[in-house]
Design a protein around this ligand. Structure first.
Ligand code: PLP
Length: 345
C-alpha cells in the first residue's frame, strides 16, 4: 500500500539515504578507515546483555574528557555524529545555514524536521565566501550554522579567520564539524572553545577505524549540552559501542599509526594523480581526495569494472569523484586503474 499521502509534506520529497552495497575489491567510497584496530571484545559487556546500557556512558565520557582535556559537563555522546546533528536541529530549530557543497545530512535532517535551511556556495578555492556567509547570517539570523572543516566532500579546511568571523557575527550556534580533524595538519577549534560560548565542536570515531560503533560526540558550553540533553533518547549509545569505543582511547598509539599511514598514502596518491592526464586532484586535509576528471560517470564505471569503488559526486561538483584513502595495496590498485581509465579517454 502507498502511504505517501499520509506522510508529512516536507518528508515526501526526501529519498531514503542510499547505502547500497556494491560488490568491489577495493571499497574506497565511504571515508572509512581501511584498518580495523582489534578489540578484545569486552566479555563483561556480553554478560550483561539483559541490562540497559549506562544512559550517561560515564566511562566513555570520562575517557573523552581526559583525552580532550575538557570537563564531562561539556560533552554529549551520539549514535554517530549524525544523531547529534539531528538533536541540535530538534533542540534549536532553523534557520540552519551551511556552505555548499558540504556534508549532505545538514540539509536532509533540516528538511526531515521541517526547518528552513540555506546553503551558501563556497568560493572558487572551496573556502568560505565570507561576504556571502556574513550577509546570510544577517539576513536569515540562523540558529545553527554547520561548518565541516575539513569539509566533506572537498577535503580542505576552511580558513580559521573566516570561521572566526562567522562565529563572531552569529547570535546562533556555530558547529564546527571536525569529523576529519585527525587527518588534518591544522590545529582545529577545540583550543578556542572557552573563548566563544556559541562555538560547538563535533567529532566522531567513524573515520578513524570505528565506523561500525556509531559513536560521535560533541563538545560545547555546558549550558548548550544541557539543552541538547533534553531531547537525547535515554539509551542512545548501546553498551557494546560504549565498551568498544573505550578501545579507541586505550589504543591511541595504534589509532595514531593508522592515521599517519593514511595521511602519507593520501599525499602519495595526490602526487600520482597530479601526473595523470585529465585528472585534477584537490588538496586534502582529510582521509579522502576529491578529484576532477573529464567524464566522471565514465571513469566511475571504468574504476568499478576494475574492482575499485569510489564515490561519484558529479551531481554535486561537476565531473568530480571522491576516493577514500585505503591500504597501500588498495591505493595502488586505484592509481593503476585510474591511470588506465583516464589514458583511454
Ligand atoms: C562522516 C561524517 C559525519 C558522520 O559521522 P558519524 O559519526 O558516522 O555519524 C559527520 N560529519 C561529516 C562531515 C562527515 O563526513
Amino acid at each position: 500500500m502507498d502511504f505517501s499521502a499520509l506522510t508529512k509534506k516536507n518528508i515526501r520529497s526526501l529519498r531514503p539515504y542510499k547505502a547500497e552495497e556494491i560488490p568491489c575489491t577495493a571499497k574506497l567510497d565511504a571515508n572509512e578507515s581501511p584498518y580495523c584496530i582489534g578489540s578484545k571484545l569486552a566479555a563483561d559487556t556480553l554478560k550483561k546483555l539483559n541490562r540497559y546500557p549506562d544512559p550517561d556512558a560515564k566511562l566513555l565520557k570520562a575517557a573523552i574528557a581526559k583525552d580532550l582535556k575538557v570537563a564531562k559537563e561539556n560533552i554529549i555522546l551520539g549514535n554517530g555524529s549524525d544523531e547529534l546533528i539531528y538533536y541540535l536541529i530538534v533542540t534549536f530549530g532553523g534557520p540552519v545555514l551551511f556552505p555548499v557543497p558540504t556534508f549532505s545530512m545538514y540539509g536532509i535532517i533540516s528538511q526531515a524536521l521541517d526547518e528552513k535551511f540555506v546553503g551558501i556556495p563556497l568560493d572558487k578555492d572551496f573556502d568560505l565566501d565570507t561576504d556571502k556567509m556574513l550577509a546570510a547570517v544577517k539576513k536569515y539570523r540562523p540558529r545553527l550554522i554547520f561548518l565541516s572543516s575539513p569539509n566533506n566532500p572537498t577535503g580542505n579546511c576552511f580558513s580559521a579567520d573566516r570561521i572566526l568571523k562567522i562565529i563572531g557575527a552569529s547570535k546562533g550556534i556555530v558547529v564546527v564539524d571536525e569529523a576529519y580533524q585527525p587527518f588534518s595538519s591544522e590545529k582545529g577549534f577545540l583550543p578556542l572553545l572557552g573563548d566563544y560560548a556559541n562555538l560547538t565542536i563535533m567529532r566522531t570515531l567513524s573515520k578513524i577505524g570505528f565506523a561500525a560503533l556509531r559513536t560521535g560526540f560533541m563538545v560545547a558550553d555546558s549550558g548548550l549540552i544541557e539543552e541538547v540533553n533534553k531531547v537525547r533518547l535515554p539509551f542512545n549509545l548501546n553498551s557494546l559501542s560504549q565498551t568498544i569505543a573505550l578501545e579507541a582511547f586505550k589504543q591511541k598509539q595504534a589509532v595514531g599509526r593508522a592515521v599517519r599511514s593514511i595521511v602519507s598514502e593520501r599525499d602519495r596518491m595526490i602526487d600520482a594523480m597530479t601526473e595523470m592526464n585529465g585528472v585534477i586532484p584537490y588538496p586534502s586535509e582529510a582521509n579522502f581526495i576529491l578529484f576532477r576528471v573529464k567524464n566522471a560517470d565514465l571513469i566511475y564505471k571504468k574504476l568499478l569494472r576494475s574492482g575499485v569503488l569510489v564515490r561519484n559526486l558529479s551531481g554535486t561538483v561537476k565531473n568530480a569523484l571522491r576516493v577514500t584513502v585505503g591500504t597501500p595495496d588498495e591505493n595502488n590498485m586505484f592509481i593503476k586503474s585510474l591511470e588506465r581509465a583516464s589514458r583511454r579517454n
